[in-house]
Design a protein around this ligand. Structure first.
Ligand SMILES: Cc1cc2nc3c(=O)[nH]c(=O)nc-3n(C[C@H](O)[C@H](O)[C@H](O)COP(=O)(O)OP(=O)(O)OC[C@H]3O[C@@H](n4cnc5c(N)ncnc54)[C@H](O)[C@@H]3O)c2cc1C
Length: 393
């Protein structure tokens, strides 16, 4: 592989990692095209998620703050309730004083649409309805073939196709997501518990479920509940909201917290999913191909960092391909920077989901997710990415 001024990069998957990576690579002057399996901008897919301050910092480096602060709502403090509803902690959340870096609660579909819209505004080609099936490496580059019979050839291919990545299956077929010990329910309720101002996310340590909720500026409550036990069976049909409500309520009713009331009042958009994670040490790259985002390092959602990690990936990959002399060393340096941090997140988040904070293997980095100087330097667009990462992020 040799470097040309405008490397042709095929990005597979136009979700959070793929769309953000397209913004970064385009900013770095590369010729990037995104291929997304979903036929439209997928506005109604999935529930909500929380972007943390580190994710918002990455977005700012991609000049995409305005696109994302136009949706969702900010969160500036965190409350913790015990199972009796007693407030045991209330503290500022992340970089609460900087409007661009505040935590943000967004519906996943709206976030995808905002990032994809920003890519379109910058003239980045974005093909919807393009589901990758196979990849071949040839003398003219790497060719991706799609289910609709089309194909595309580039110098590099970035697999940003999520938890069940086809790109990952092609380069490392043995690596599969595993169940991280919890099912996660999501819903929205038109009513809000009286004491909760907007801007606060409340976490409830319930006796039967860990619940989190936040009230939007329009008075709607976004909530989730993490519940231990067996995984949802593979391929099982989606359950109706009423059935999911009945599964959850008995786990919440014995506590004196707002959780049962919120679930009882939920509208008909309750969803449930397994918390899944990828094993540590999985292969991320093969020749001209690199995996990023959930395709490389999906973590259980307990720390709420998956989307923010994907946004950090986008910035670091764009800087690596900008600053290193050739794609091979760029991919290697990218991996050296990213692996310790994302695997720390997999370990901590999985530990929380399984009900033990003990990491399954010694965590490679001991830092919390709070920003430190090294992370800020890693993300700042105008700083050259060092070939050797610092000892910790
Ligand atoms: C229950 C739950 C709660 C979560 N809560 C949070 C949270 O609060 N905060 C947070 O930061 N993170 C959260 N996450 C994690 C977060 O959603 C993921 O880390 C994030 O979506 C990863 O982005 P991604 O772009 O890598 O993958 P995805 O968002 O999954 O995007 C992958 C894209 O690739 C496309 N695709 C798939 N296969 C193909 C193919 N063959 N060809 C072309 N395109 C393809 C898909 O259609 C999709 O658009 C949560 C996850 C779960 C499951």
């Amino acid at each position: 592989m040799t470097r040309t001024d405008a490397t042709r990069v095929l990005v597979i998957g136009g979700g959070i990692a793929g769309a953000a990576t397209a913004l970064g690579l385009h900013k770095a002057g590369h010729d990037v095209t995104v291929f997304e399996a979903h036929p439209d901008t997928a506005e109604d897919i999935g529930a909500f998620l929380t972007l943390a301050s580190n994710g918002m910092r990455a977005l700012a480096q991609l000049d995409a703050t305005d696109a994302v602060t136009a949706i969702g709502f900010p969160l500036t403090s965190l409350r913790l309730l015990d199972s009796q509803g007693t407030e045991v902690a209330h503290a500022p959340l992340g970089e609460a004083t900087d409007p661009a870096l505040r935590y943000r609660c967004v519906r996943r579909g709206e976030l995808n649409a905002a990032l994809q819209g920003e890519a379109a505004r910058r003239g980045i080609p974005f093909h919807h309805g393009a589901r990758l099936e196979s990849v071949t490496d040839g003398p003219d580059g790497i060719t991706a073939r799609f289910a609709d019979g089309t194909s595309a050839t580039g110098d590099l291919l970035v697999g940003a196709d999520g938890l069940n990545s086809t790109v990952r299956r092609l380069i490392t077929p043995g690596v599969r997501p595993t169940y991280a010990g919890q099912r996660v329910f999501y819903g929205y309720s038109a009513t809000a518990p009286g004491a909760d101002p907007t801007g606060t996310i409340t976490m409830v340590r319930g006796s039967g479920a860990a619940v989190g909720y936040a009230v939007s500026p329009t008075g709607e409550t976004y909530w989730f509940a993490r519940v231990g036990g067996d995984p949802l069976p593979a391929g099982a049909p989606a359950q109706r909201s009423a059935a999911l409500r009945e599964q959850l309520l008995p786990l919440l009713r014995s506590d004196s917290t707002p959780a049962a009331g919120l679930v009882a009042a939920a509208d008909d958009a309750i969803t449930v999913t397994n918390a899944s994670e990828l094993p540590l040490g999985a292969t991320w790259r093969s020749g001209r191909i690199l995996l990023i985002g959930d395709a490389a390092h999906a973590a259980s959602p307990a720390t709420g960092q998956g989307a923010s990690m994907a946004l950090e990936d986008a910035v670091v990959l764009a800087k690596a391909l900008r600053d290193l002399p050739d794609p091979e060393s760029a991919f290697a340096v990218y991996e050296r920077h990213r692996r310790p941090r994302v695997e720390y997140n997999i370990t901590v988040s999985g530990g929380i989901s399984r009900g033990s904070r003990t990491p399954s293997r010694p965590a490679p980095v001991k830092t919390p997710m709070a920003p430190d100087e090294a992370l800020i330097r890693q993300l700042v667009w105008d700083t050259t990415l060092s070939a050797e990462p610092p000892e910790k992020y």
